[in-house]
Design a binder for this molecule. Structure first.
Ligand SMILES: Nc1nc2c(c(=O)[nH]1)N[C@H]1C(S)=C(S)[C@@H](COP(=O)(O)O)O[C@H]1N2
Ligand SMILES: [Mo]
Length: 250
């Protein structure tokens, strides 16, 4: 197409706008929670955060997306609490920082170790003052992922709200700006790109219990692991990870 005759009317800027609009409508994936949904798409654009078996530390992103836009990012902490709070990225560095080395273990049977730096979940509890009836915590993420915990679990030692990994801010693909590290839970419970934390009086389900065979609980059990690539058939593993009794009561 010859755009030269539009030159007077359309500035270079609006021409670029026209092109990118066309490009966008050609791609136009379905949307989940306002973010493009590439879950059934085989041709995920390369610049999207997506599953990659990167040496050293694999990347797992169930619903590929462009990463968190820090112009629009804020963290809200609320639900059944006395004082709901909203945090900017910089605010989070006001908390007491801790460093730990821990391993993340995925149900697909890979694991990787990193040095994580962040703060304890207590920091939020102390400030928002949850109702004593709020025994559950629900996380939502920028990529339409969500997770669910017992409050008691988040107060255990070595649970970290991580801002940094291996001496640098979290990389976009590893959960920037904020992720959870709970070393006694399978990788899928270690929620990345967190945008909202809510204290609740009932247990919600998580992404992988609703979209796969994994339990809401997700505690790493001793015994047989569950290699996803071995026949692709989920089977119960010792300790009940894949078909966890907790799920049946929901
Ligand atoms: N928001 C969000 N958090 C997520 C995921 C995801 O898709 N979205 N994948 C989970 C899974 S299955 C694993 S194994 C770990 C992987 O973390 P990594 O990508 O930093 O290796 O992140 C978990 N946290
Ligand atoms: Mo995973």
């Amino acid at each position: 197409m010859d755009f030269s005759k539009f030159k007077i009317k359309l500035s270079r800027r609006s021409l670029l706008g026209l092109f990118s609009l066309t490009a966008l409508s050609a791609l136009k994936p379905a949307r989940a929670f306002g973010v493009p949904d590439f879950r059934k798409d085989k041709n995920i654009p390369a610049h999207y955060l997506q599953n990659r078996d990167t040496p050293g530390f694999f990347i797992r992103s169930a619903n590929p997306f462009l990463g968190v836009d820090m112009n629009n990012w804020g963290l809200s902490v609320g639900g059944m609490v006395e004082t709901p709070k909203a945090y900017a990225y910089e605010d989070l560095f006001g908390f007491k920082m801790r460093v730990q080395v821990s391993r993340l273990k995925c149900v697909e049977c890979w694991s990787a170790k990193a040095e994580w730096e962040g703060f304890r979940f207590e920091e939020f509890v102390d400030r928002v003052k949850p109702d004593p009836k709020a025994k559950y915590v629900y996380f939502q993420s920028a990529d339409s992922y969500y997770e669910s915990y017992l409050l008691e679990e988040l107060l255990r030692p070595r649970v970290l709200m991580a801002l940094r990994m291996n001496g640098a801010p979290l990389k976009p693909e590893h959960g920037f700006p904020l992720r959870l590290i709970a070393p006694f839970k399978y990788g899928y419970k270690n929620v990345k790109y967190i945008t909202s934390i809510r204290f609740l009086d009932s247990r919600k389900r998580n992404y992988w219990a609703n979209n796969g065979p994994y339990s809401v609980d997700g505690t790493i059990q001793p015994g047989i692991d569950h290699p996803l690539d071995a026949g692709k058939n989920p089977y119960p593993i010792n300790g009940g990870e894949v078909f966890h009794p907790f799920d049946k009561r929901l």
